[in-house]
Design a protein around this ligand. Sequence first.
Ligand SMILES: [Zn+2]
Length: 351
Amino acid sequence: MQAVFDGHNDVLLRLWQHARGGTDPIAEFIEGTDKGHIDVPRAKAGGLAGGLCAIYIPSGDLVLRMPDRNGHYVTPLSEPLDRLPSLVMAIELADIAMRLDRAGAWRLCRSTGEIRRAMADGIFAAVLHMEGCEAIGPDLAALETFHAAGLRSLGPVWSRHNVFGHGVPFAYPSSPDTGPGLTEAGFELVRACNRLGILIDLAHITEKGFWDVAETTDQPLVASHSNAHVLTPVARNLTDRQLDAIRESRGLVGLNYATTMLRADGQENAATPLSDMVRHVDYMVERVGIDCVALGSDFDGATIPEEIADAAGNQKLVAALRSAGYGDGELTRICRENWLRVLGEAWHEAA
Ligand SMILES: [Zn+2]
């Protein structure tokens, strides 16, 4: 079994939503459920040892557009969110993360040393991530507080616009060059993350925003849950030029398990073979090298291949990669070491 540290999940949102329906989110995570993708029993079964856990505020108006008869679709961007309700919900999601830590259900980690200790202890190593920073505010007034609460990674935007920048829509086929990039506040946010040691995630940002971050940040370039645009030309995937920039910065791209981002036809369809996942890994390894490819499942945030089904099926991908020729040393890097390297760099840990 290869222990996996994974670059993106939305388990906090699922637990928050179930909590509103009267379920105890801590018990659900510890005891397990058949809903969604991640809990302690399924993570253990699939060797999912930890990952970046998103504080993500969903858009109420988001309805994915059905493909037309050519298989093309463009879902319009959701409306920008108001700050105050976003802040309230972000605090509630962070609260669940801290309650899980207090209960020993997972360990909230702030350094790669803490991640390694949690994994060695067999406790899920959670790192707090913010996917779209509506809760932070244009003056960054809440950034230090979230950092103190354990926030160690953030994407300035999700797939909508906010005060920091512009996100890409869910569209096929589409270039990621769909609009403007960072705002002035967005550049300030990037500089603040560099100072504080918070990883900047380029998933969901426009191509212009990608280059804006690239020319501003002192960190390796990281897209936590994105795939190769040349294989699946959705706006969320990365062009060869973007992949080349990731390689040059010794950054990382995390394989997204969302079928819309894996399949050549860009469709949401659970009957997607593991070979589509392997194809993206092969291509990205070829393009950026074995040290810059990792995993970013999007568990609890996307329709994923039915062969994986949930966190318990994670080793099926590892087995498929092994069958495709990846050795133990390569799998170790893809499954966890590449993530630990870039996190250590972004967090100013001495090598
Ligand atoms: Zn996402």
